[in-house]
Design a protein around this ligand. Structure first.
Ligand code: HEM
Length: 546
């Protein structure tokens, strides 16, 4: 065998000596380096677009990725840095590396996003990359990773729980009940003079309330006594870890199977087994109830919950699993994180705490006789809504996104309030990817003005025809934190209602004392994840007097 191979090789290269081979190699490498002076070898050329630096011959921006993978730099900070230093003026820029189809075009601009998410929506699906990243956690059929008909069916079905009637009854009742539990916990924290980890408490609140409203499952993660906060919630720990790993996979240079040999991969498989068994408990107990009680087993008979709706469609136990995980990521993380960032901003600008209190008192009452905020109260509280929106603008819960290009296309700047003069058309090719970062867009003066870095709820306020203050709705493409187009966030109203109701309940009834030393010396920052978690900070509550 060896003889046959070596003899055919010697036949092939018989007359070529080592020196000739070396020269041939050097010349071809040099020619390739001339052909690809700042991009990955094999990628298609692109004109009229800023190339993010450093970019080297043959390897393009590989070193940039390696720095991120080795955690020497952070992806969100890097996209922001490149946008504001190398692609000033809101210009698009491009990078090449051996992931995401070789070439990535960064389009941090509402005018480009409108083309990608509306004008030519079908050309920019989540595609194979998102499925590779999310498959083992959120499934390829889950609403977040799927495309086409599968996605559309999930979306239509799920939108039923956010219907107007369901909102007024089932959703609102659950939020109000959980706010009462939160209030009992905060009272206990006051009595025991104990500070609480605020981001963690918000996670517990949204996990508990969303599990109740969507799956009728009492996860028992929101205790009524502060001692209960010491017990880590295993589901949340595993879920957070799984999201961190999915985030690492975005730019993974090695194939997915290599995770079988890494410590992170081992930990991930263990976390996934625990997550699955946890969700199966929810599914199995509901299936058992359905067998006993028939098809409407939602506790609140005024409307069907999410699990019930999907069970009615005949989904199997295995198909229901990703439904639970997809909706938990949507319902738990995003709102909890937004609340954690809002209170961080309020620590920086305490004048807004007084303004919120002034504005909510006529609607929800005084500290000692405060009633929970109802869904219908939202329109009476534009200032509170503006504060929540402003936190979501600055700290978007989905801070970055990537889409696969299906067919060659020219992304033309379209419409939008923030169209920037002189934006070029952007040429993209099938198989490549486009990326945007809402985290960067909210920090771009070209989009939000010179004061873009400031927490300034006033930007979300305007007067209506009769001179009354109302919350200003910008175009979806400019205020893009809730996404835009056909895949616009399904839970926006829920998130905004929940965020406002929790903020009103806390600020109306309690004085909040932040740990100023901690906030100044090691201010909260974001954790690496698919979403935008806020690192822990502690708050001490005392009851407010009338
Ligand atoms: C402040 C809170 C929230 C923010 C900032 C937010 C933002 C977003 C964003 C940016 C997306 C697009 C994600 C992507 O395609 O990659 C999205 C999708 C989605 N969101 Fe939200 N979200 C929030 C709260 C919620 C809540 C409470 C729910 C309730 C279940 C929810 C349900 C969904 C669903 C189901 C989708 C998928 C829509 C689709 O692909 O058709 N969101 N959200």
């Amino acid at each position: 065998m060896i003889d046959v191979q070596s003899s055919s090789l010697s036949r092939l290269f018989g007359s070529i000596d080592a020196k000739t081979l070396l020269i041939t190699f050097v010349i071809s490498t040099a020619l390739l380096a001339i052909a690809y002076p700042n991009s990955l070898v094999g990628t298609k050329r692109r004109k009229n677009i800023v190339v993010a630096q450093p970019a080297y011959p043959l390897i393009g921006n590989l070193t940039w990725i390696l720095d991120i993978l080795a955690q020497r730099t952070r992806l969100l900070d890097e996209i922001y840095r490149l946008q504001t230093t190398q692609a000033k003026g809101g210009m698009p820029f491009t990078m090449t590396f051996p992931a995401l189809g070789g070439r990535v075009t960064v389009i941090n601009n509402p005018a480009y996003i409108q083309h990608v998410q509306k004008t030519n929506f079908d050309n920019y699906p989540k595609g194979p990359d998102q499925q590779r990243i999310m498959k083992d956690v959120l499934g390829v059929h889950g609403i977040f990773a799927s495309d086409g008909d599968i996605w559309l069916k999930q979306r239509k079905l799920a939108s039923n729980i956010f219907s107007f009637n369901n909102f007024r009854t089932h959703v609102q009742n659950t939020v109000v009940r959980e706010i009462q539990t939160l209030d009992t916990l905060l009272q206990n924290a006051c009595q025991q003079n104990t500070k609480v980890n605020f981001p963690d408490t918000m996670f517990r609140f949204t996990l508990s309330s969303f599990s109740l409203m969507a799956f009728d499952a009492d996860i028992k993660c929101l205790p009524t006594k502060v001692e209960g906060l010491q017990i880590p919630n295993q589901f949340a720990t595993n879920f957070d870890f799984a999201q961190e790993v999915m985030d690492h996979r975005i730019f993974a240079l090695l194939p997915k199977w290599s995770e079988y040999f890494t410590k992170e991969g081992y930990k991930m498989r263990k976390a996934l087994r625990q997550l699955d068994s946890y969700c199966y408990q929810i599914i199995d107990s509901r299936l058992a109830r359905r067998e006993k009680e028939g098809t409407n087993t939602s506790t609140d008979k005024t409307g069907k919950d999410l699990l019930e709706l999907f069970m009615d469609r005949g989904l199997t136990r295995e198909e229901l699993l990703p439904v639970i995980l997809n909706f938990l990521i949507a319902g738990r993380d995003t709102t909890a994180q937004s609340l954690a960032w809002l209170f961080f901003e309020l620590w920086k600008s305490p004048k807004y705490i007084d303004l919120i209190r002034e504005s909510i008192a006529p609607v929800v009452g005084t500290p000692e006789s405060q009633s929970p905020m109802q869904y219908d109260d939202m329109k009476e509280l534009p200032f509170l809504q503006a504060c929540f929106y402003e936190a979501v603008r600055l700290w978007p819960a989905v801070p970055k996104n990537v889409k696969r290009v299906m067919q060659d296309d020219i992304i033309r700047p379209t419409g939008g309030e923030a169209t920037i003069e002189g934006l070029p058309d952007v040429d993209v090719r099938a198989g490549e990817s486009v990326i945007w970062s809402d985290f960067t867009m909210s920090r771009m003066p070209e989009v939000w003005g010179e004061d873009c870095l400031e927490f300034k709820p006033e930007r979300f306020l305007e007067k209506d025809e009769s001179g009354r203050l109302r919350c200003k709705e910008y175009s979806q493409f400019k205020f893009h934190s809730f996404n835009a187009g056909p895949r616009m966030c399904l839970g926006k109203t829920l998130a905004v209602y929940e965020g406002m109701a929790v903020t009103a309940a806390i600020l109306g009834r309690y004085d909040v004392h932040f740990d100023n030393d901690q906030m100044r010396n090691s201010p909260p920052t974001y954790g690496d994840s698919l979403t935008l978690p806020c690192t822990p900070y502690f708050v001490h509550f005392t009851p407010r007097q009338n």
